[in-house]
Design a protein around this ligand. Structure first.
Ligand code: IPM
Ligand code: MN
Length: 370
């Protein structure tokens, strides 16, 4: 299979983690006889520094000509604490989602038995936790009209949804639920918000098309609690843009490290794959960031191409590193491995198909030899 992949390293640790995914994708290509052509593009603070624009036209063009996009991370502290900044790195990502009509963000929340001790929840509460969040990504308050009064004492952000915007993401969520435990939970605030009442109405009316899927509805404030109290109750979660942003970050901590989690943004244009962690500026250039979130995002890309065997091999390789404690500092601060050493191990596992995988720690730049 021939695929053109746009690579947006982005900010902070983005380049370091993305480099591991490219290693892994190259190993997959060599093993299975595929051709992956990588084309670099700029976005975020990096793009502002180099071009003045968080999303240069050239990046949009490269992405539109690609089959998929591999993205690192976005954001820089110099913008975070400056509410009057005219350009912000995040504008690049928001505009790209809109340009490519990537209306669904998919975030799977899986547990790893070997990492249960890292979760803020008790191991017992983690039993059976396996859910996936479908977040609407190109509508709602993120893209509504904004205003700031002339005297700068009054601001508004409009939350708006059309029926068609709800339908298209809901269809994807229902279809995915059919492949799983057949349960869909819509998270909204229908007791207060008109947009949420529209979401409920639309989802209720679609439900009859998916009679095998049971649907329940949950207010977002309760959902925030349920994610902690009883996360095993969720299978497929469907929600609007901002609720999804918040609930998915909350859910990510259940696994023990946000550094492990991948995501896919899909819609009408080339799909985009990125770890859910941010740019982690304190770690930039230190080779300590967890590459697993990015590598598992690359696995989601392979699935998206229909290369399920390849994707499964990548996941198997990642699992192998985790169960053998070849992990980064966020997971084990004492016996940790570098970002690129973990990438090498995953690559090596793929090349060897799991056979005789390297176990010689001293050769792997372990901070401590175990
Ligand atoms: C995410 C991020 C983005 C969002 C930011 C960087 C604009 O937090 O992908 O979840 O809020 O959607
Ligand atoms: Mn977010």
């Amino acid at each position: 299979m021939d695929k053109k992949i746009a690579v947006i390293n982005g900010d902070g640790v983005g380049p370091e983690v993305t480099a591991q995914s490219i290693k892994v994708l190259n190993a997959i290509a060599a093993k299975f006889g595929h051709q992956f052509l990588f084309v670099d593009a700029l976005m975020g603070a990096d793009a502002i520094d180099k071009t003045g624009n968080p999303l240069p036209d050239e990046t949009i063009a490269i992405c539109k000509q690609s089959d998929a996009i591999l993205f690192g991370a976005i954001g820089h502290p110099k913008y975070d604490n400056d509410p009057s900044a005219k350009v912000r790195p995040e504008q690049g990502l928001l505009k790209l989602r809109k340009e490519l009509e990537l209306f669904t963000n998919i975030r799977p929340i899986n547990m790893y038995d070997s990492l249960a001790h890292l979760s803020p929840l008790k191991t017992k509460q983690l039993e059976g936790v396996d859910f996936i969040i479908f977040r609407e990504l190109t509508g709602g308050i993120y893209f509504g009209k904004r205003s700031l009064s002339e005297d700068q004492t009054y601001a508004t952000d409009e939350c708006a949804y059309h029926t068609y915007e709800i339908e298209r993401v809901a269809h994807l969520a229902f279809q995915y639920a059919q492949t799983r435990r057949k349960k869909l939970t819509l998270i909204d605030k229908a007791n207060v918000l008109e947009t949420s009442r529209l979401w409920r109405k639309v989802v209720q009316s679609l439900a009859s098309k998916y009679p095998d899927v049971s649907v329940d509805y949950m207010f977002v404030d309760n959902a925030a609690m349920q994610v902690i109290i009883n996360p095993a109750q969720f299978d497929v979660v469907l929600t609007e843009n901002m609720f999804g942003d918040i609930i998915s970050d909350e859910a990510s901590v259940l696994t023990g490290s946000i550094g492990l989690l991948p995501s896919a943004s899909v819609g009408n244009g080339a799909a985009l794959f990125e770890p859910i962690h941010g740019s982690y500026p304190q770690a930039t250039g230190k080779d300590i960031a967890n590459p697993v979130g990015s590598v598992l995002s690359a696995a989601m890309m392979l699935d998206h191409f229909g290369l399920n065997e390849e994707a499964n091999l990548v996941r198997e390789a990642v699992n192998w590193t985790l169960t053998h404690s070849f992990v980064s500092k966020d997971i084990d601060p004492i016996n940790s491995y570098g970002t690129s050493a973990i990438g090498d191990l995953i690559e090596d596992y793929i090349k060897r198909n799991g056979k005789q995988a390297a176990t010689n720690n001293s050769a792997l730049n372990a901070s401590t030899i175990i």
